[in-house]
Design a protein around this ligand. Sequence first.
Ligand code: 13P
Length: 235
Amino acid sequence: MIIAANLKTNLTRKESDEYIAELEKFLDKNNFSQEVLVFPATSSLNSHSGKVIVGAQNAYAAKNGAFTGEIGLDHLEEFGIKTILIGHSERRHIFGESQEALVKKFNFYKELGFKIVYCVGEPLEVREAGNKVMMEYISTQYEGIDIGYENLIIAYEPVWAIGTGLTPTLEDIEVIHKELKQKSHAPLLYGGSVKVTNAKEVLACENVDGVLVGSAALYVNHFCSMISYAQELNK
Ligand code: 13P
């Protein structure tokens, strides 16, 4: 399974290095076979060798250039980063990244062979409009995306579940994941208020191939527990 930590705008480079070192120690000790990804803040990116795959939360679709406030391929290559998160709801909703811009970014990093974790998910009002409207909304987030890309991982993250402590029921997760699996056979993660207390049952859901964890992943011991759960489930 794939267990991923999105550290968002938390942990300095020193703290992120320590965090990843802790994870490596844990993985070495237990000889686990899970795929573990960590997305530190941009200024916390650093070179890393080990079992943990370090990815970028964001980068612009350019090698370099006049894009104030952004980083490009050169900045990822400096640290050997070959994994990127694209389409996170915070990028879509707080920073207004359009589907068109995300597709451009997706294609740029796809051409370079990056592992891409591509996020989809609906806001609350869409959810409340019913299953049909919700699935139509999520379908628009697949537009222009090469769903057959070999290094693609999809993360279903309902916007209303992110950082709120709310989650869909396990049954809802299974229903939605089943539908999304029909769109793409890429590994499908669930994200949104995954905690050490619910991770095991979420991971056990059918068509859940892993989790993308925000706030709870900031506690390295909690994140390690989630990796252990995945190992125990041995899916
Ligand atoms: P929380 O786990 O804090 O809800 O965040 C989820 C998320 O956005 C992961 O990308």
